[in-house]
Ligand binder design. Structure first.
Ligand SMILES: Nc1ncnc2c1ncn2[C@@H]1O[C@H](COP(=O)(O)OP(=O)(O)OP(=O)(O)O)[C@@H](O)[C@H]1O
Ligand SMILES: [Mg+2]
Length: 422
């Protein structure tokens, strides 16, 4: 296991385009870091530079404090798992897993290889498939074989490039929890590329958000969700995405298309002398006013909305409320939406209500939200004006503590197992 440090890493391809632009990131020993961002933002390029499949144009890459820019991939001792598992069709599962050990020609005895393969196969529940060929396996089983191949090497770190994107939704969910469990158990430093929201939010200790090759924010999932630094991060993290609305200042109120939000000290300080801002409200910040308790209701903003469409998902009810946007911010929001791979449907409010809500398609509904949950962004710089650095730091500190506990438990367990085995 090892730490991985990126220092001002730049990648320019032949055409001079900076696919990765001045990225600095410290990945601690045993940490699980997720890289996310829209298609083409440089995720795979960054991963390939770490493993050594791609030259680094400038900057330093360090593994455990040693600069490895010029080290060949096989000498970096990192294990990569790709989206298309790249298994050898003519080899059995056993031999596929053993392959990286056989490659080292004599470094491992047959009995060492056998014990490592069997250890990996039992971790991944592949014992009964060891004699089969990859073609006869399900997608999830193949993915596990690919992970087995990474595990046997006991490499310094795992690098995953969208390993689950070829699987159907159910299997993806299962494999996701398996990867989380495995990483906790082995406590191997892991960098994991995805553009799946759920994977990004659930798997990692920290998530790094990339936009056109530039790192926007690195934080624990909770801090990213709660305290995004800018419009891009706010819009990228969360599903359904954060609602963005034009907000005009009118005296003591911030006026959004469907409501007047009374400005408290926090909002007044954030907005300063601006008269136009972009307001961000997460879908889950809204409630059906009819189900909000009366004492809570008074602290929030209540408004009438003509609900267009509703979607009932069992645990939640999504309601869509169209609104007219303000031409002054329309262009910024449309551009942002394109960048976020969106479908250009930003002029409707999406609210996630309690599934018990009786609101249905076409209803005139009364909705509620708490102004404390409102984010405000500068329309020019797109920076968050409401972000609370102290709060973000304390959320991250809690997450780091949780990780340390998990890593310590994994090490204790490994030590116990080693003791039992010898
Ligand atoms: N070999 C190459 N030569 C020139 N440009 C490249 C090369 N590989 C990637 N690029 C460019 O670098 C940028 C980043 O590509 P990269 O594959 O790292 O994106 P990504 O974030 O992994 O995207 P995706 O989510 O679609 O996999 C893109 O603009 C891409 O066109
Ligand atoms: Mg990619």
């Amino acid at each position: 296991m090892a730490s991985i440090t990126l220092n001002h890493i730049v990648k320019q391809y032949g055409d001079g385009f900076p696919a990765v632009n001045d990225v600095s990131l410290d990945i601690a020993d045993g940490e699980f870091v997720i890289l996310v961002g829209p298609s083409g933002c440089g995720k795979s390029t960054l991963l390939r530079m770490i493993v050594g499949l791609e030259d680094i144009t400038s900057g330093d890459l360090e593994i455990d404090g040693k600069r490895v820019n010029d080290l060949a991939p096989r000498n970096r001792d990192l294990a990569m798992v790709f989206q298309n598992y790249a298994l050898y069709p003519h080899l059995t599962v056993y031999e596929n897993i053993a392959f990286p050990l056989r490659l080292t020609k004599g470094q491992y005895s047959d009995s060492e290889i056998d014990s490592r393969v069997r250890n990996a196969s039992s971790l991944l529940e592949l014992d009964e498939h060891l004699d089969r060929k990859p073609a006869n396996l399900s997608g999830g089983q193949r993915q596990r074989v690919a992970m087995g191949r990474a595990i046997v090497r006991q490499a310094q770190a795992f690098l995953f490039d969208e390993p689950l994107s070829n699987l159907d939704a159910k299997l993806r969910g299962q494999m996701r929890t398996e990867i989380a469990r495995l990483q906790r158990r082995l406590a191997t430093t892991t960098v994991y590329v995805t553009h799946d929201q759920t994977e990004a939010m659930t798997l990692g200790d920290r998530v790094a958000v990339l936009r056109r090759g530039v790192l926007q924010q690195v934080a624990s999932p909770r801090a990213l969700y709660d305290q995004p630094v800018n419009l891009f991060v706010a819009g990228f993290i969360g599903s359904p995405p954060m609602n963005f609305l034009p907000g005009r200042v009118d005296g003591d109120h911030l006026v959004v298309p469907f409501a007047r939000i009374p400005m408290d000290e926090r909002l007044r300080t954030a907005i300063g002398s601006r008269d136009l801002v972009i307001v961000g409200i997460r879908p889950d910040a809204f409630e059906d006013a009819d189900v909000v308790s009366s004492d809570k209701r008074g602290d929030g903003v209540t408004f009438d909305a003509d609900v267009d469409v509703t979607e009932w998902l069992g645990s939640e009810l999504y309601a869509y409320v169209p609104f007219e946007t303000d031409p002054a911010v329309q262009k910024q929001l449309e551009e942002l939406d394109r960048e976020l791979d969106g479908e250009g449907m930003r002029t409707q409010l999406v609210v996630a209500l309690d599934s018990l809500s009786s609101i249905r398609d076409g209803d005139a509904a009364t909705l509620w939200f708490d102004p404390a949950s409102v984010h405000v962004f500068d329309p020019e710089s797109q920076d968050s004006l409401t972000r609370d650095d102290d709060k973000a730091a304390s959320i991250d500190a809690d997450a780091a503590k949780a990780r340390q506990r998990a890593t310590a438990r994994a090490k204790e367990r490994a030590a116990r197992e080693d003791a039992a085995a010898s």
